[in-house]
Design a protein around this ligand. Structure first.
Ligand SMILES: Nc1nc2c(c(=O)[nH]1)N[C@H]1C(S)=C(S)[C@@H](COP(=O)(O)O)O[C@H]1N2
Ligand SMILES: [Mo]
Length: 363
């Protein structure tokens, strides 16, 4: 097709072994949570992970408008000041990239090669989306609502604006925010300045950054990131299962001190306070966290949820004896979902919630 230099390019073949230069470049662009930052209830903004498919945009707040169009009674074009005038709501939300853990699947899909660190927690402030949708007045035949970012690019030969959709029922929930602040300060460019959607309980892809257009549709949104991307697929051509809520998962804050290059940990013998975080999707609380030392599982102590969509702290007292050890943690949520020991492989490396393992040496 003229004007599209990337059309006709097939999905990238899966790879094993060394990370490619392209994966390394994506890892630089898409910052990770350093696992020691699991120590914070609310991740400082500069330590919050980021994932941007295309460019990190520079938008100007003055000229900014959010349009609401399509199957609505009253199309809107809102300035940021209009959105700030609406009742504000602040939610503490743990957000995880659906691709987190992709780099640990074998063979893997060449994309952002997350290991464990594509997850963080922030306090998002904004107007509940519901107020804007009610002002616009959804028509009765509106069955899907598309949210489009101002960022544009190609994926698998398809040129598109980054966009995702929600059903009216999901979009009208009190928890979905048009957020203009993160941890009490205006959004940084990489987190979607000046306005983004925040969809608590879902994997991060739903929380559209640089949000400029909302379109109420009388049919399912067919944007690339909705219809093609973000599915669990077992083989090429598998229609797959759309990715929605986050899955149950937990991480260990690495104890002791690291070796610069290997990141292997040195821990002193005696009682070691192991700690970490656990979370699930759809606002489901964590019911149980277990810790394994060299494959033997024991219950950890789990703190209560500070808020509905927020990760929970856990801790465990380990009597560390000299030698090499493997530590692992596994969470179970209030609906009984638990983490698998091995990744549930799928073509694009999505939703890997296998248990976190780290190697330590005790002296
Ligand atoms: N417009 C736009 N929104 C986007 C993305 C994007 O590339 N463009 N990436 C999504 C993905 S995949 C994730 S995981 C989250 C990450 O949000 P953060 O970078 O603020 O942590 O943003 C989502 N929203
Ligand atoms: Mo993501």
């Amino acid at each position: 097709m003229a004007g599209n230099p990337f059309s006709g390019k097939d999905a990238r073949p899966h790879v094993e072994g060394d990370f490619a230069r392209e994966e390394l470049a994506l890892a630089y662009r898409n910052v990770a949570l350093p696992l020691e930052a699991l120590a914070y209830d609310v991740t400082p903004v500069g330590l919050h992970y980021t994932l941007s498919h295309f460019d990190v945009l520079r938008l100007d707040e003055g000229g900014f408008r959010l349009t609401v169009s399509g199957r609505v009674a009253r199309p809107l074009a809102l300035a940021l000041a209009d959105i700030r005038r609406l009742p504000a709501h602040t939610l503490r939300v743990t957000m995880e990239c659906a691709g987190n853990g992709r780099g640990l699947m074998v063979p893997r899909y060449p994309s952002m090669p997350w290991l464990y660190e594509g997850v963080s927690t922030a306090e998002w402030t904004g107007a509940p989306l519901r107020h804007v949708l009610e002002e616009a007045g959804l028509e009765r035949d509106a069955v899907d609502i598309a949210f489009l970012g101002a960022d544009r690019g190609f994926d698998r030969g398809v040129e598109h604006d980054y966009g995702r959709s929600l059903t009216p029922a999901d979009a009208l929930s009190d928890d979905v925010l048009l957020a203009y602040a993160m941890n009490g300060a205006p959004l940084l460019p990489q987190h979607g300045f000046p306005l983004r959607l925040v969809v608590p309980g879902w994997f991060g892809m739903a929380s559209v950054k640089w949000l400029t257009r909302i379109e109420a549709l009388d049919r399912a949104f067919d944007g690339f990131q909705q219809a093609v991307g973000y599915h669990y697929r077992k083989f090429a051509g598998d229609p797959g299962v759309p990715i929605t809520h986050a899955k149950v998962k937990s991480l260990i804050a690495p104890p002791g001190i690291p070796d610069w290059y290997t990141r292997r940990r040195l821990v002193e013998r005696g009682t070691v306070a192991l700690a970490g975080r656990a979370w699930s999707g759809a606002g489901t609380a964590i019911a149980r966290v277990e810790v394994a030392v060299d494959g033997v599982w024991r219950d950890a102590v789990v703190a209560r949820q500070a808020q509905r969509f927020t990760w929970q702290a856990w801790h465990y007292g380990w009597e560390a004896t000299p030698g090499d050890h493997e530590l692992a943690c596994r969470a179970t949520d209030a609906r009984g979902a638990t983490q698998p020991l091995e990744p549930d492989w799928n073509t694009n490396g999505m939703g890997n919630n296998a248990v976190h393992r780290i190697q330590v040496t005790v002296r």
